[in-house]
Design a protein. Structure first.
Length: 192
């Protein structure tokens, strides 16, 4: 016994099988389907690349500032650090807020704590370190020998994404301890 389909179902079955075998396409329809995904992928790639590029530029500028301070044989002061802040802004080429904090740190072997010789911050939100705030950073500071100091350079740069693709506004911060190169410690003079 052969199975007979009603005429409407037979025509529908023939149309569906013909459609399934058809390998022709319309470029316009395909482009309309794929173009939004392609644009989304391109903008995501651009935004993530820009975020990582800004972070890299910020880190390199922070290491440059740290290296400049570590090579100082003379005392530095607030004016010098404010000028370094201008250099940092120039190197990062940002129009967003930035800040720098420079601290000379040593390890007190008697009290077994990190302490500061001096500290200066260019932002009211990131003021100069105190001995208490330096103690809180003990896990991030290197082990030091008796009489050794490090210059701690901290920088921050605000980053605001160009496109809204899932990356939030954020601060890129760096924490860079560097040993002085030509002296036992970098001196500070508030008149300079």
């Amino acid at each position: 016994m052969t199975r007979r389909f009603p005429p409407l179902l037979r025509r529908l079955r023939i149309a569906v099988s013909r459609f399934a075998r058809d390998n022709r396409g319309s470029m316009t329809v395909e482009a309309a389907l794929v173009l939004p995904l392609w644009i989304w992928g391109y903008t995501m790639s651009y935004q993530f690349f820009d975020a990582f590029r800004e972070q890299s530029v910020n880190l390199r500028a922070a290491y440059t500032i740290s290296d400049m301070i570590s090579r100082e044989a003379d005392a530095i002061g607030p004016n010098y650090i404010e000028d370094l802040h201008d250099v940092f802004d120039y190197l990062t080429r940002t129009s967003h807020p930035t800040w720098i904090r420079v601290t000379s740190v040593y390890y007190d072997t008697n009290a077994k704590v990190y302490k500061r010789y001096w500290s200066y911050g260019t932002s009211p939100d990131h003021p100069a370190h105190t001995d208490t705030t330096i103690k809180a950073e003990k896990d991030r500071l290197p082990n030091m020998l008796v009489g050794e100091t490090v210059v701690l350079v901290e920088t921050g740069m605000y980053y605001e994404p160009v496109l809204n693709v899932g990356i939030a506004d954020m601060w890129y911060t760096n924490f860079i301890p560097t040993r002085p190169r030509f002296a036992s410690k970098v001196e500070y003079n508030s008149a300079k």
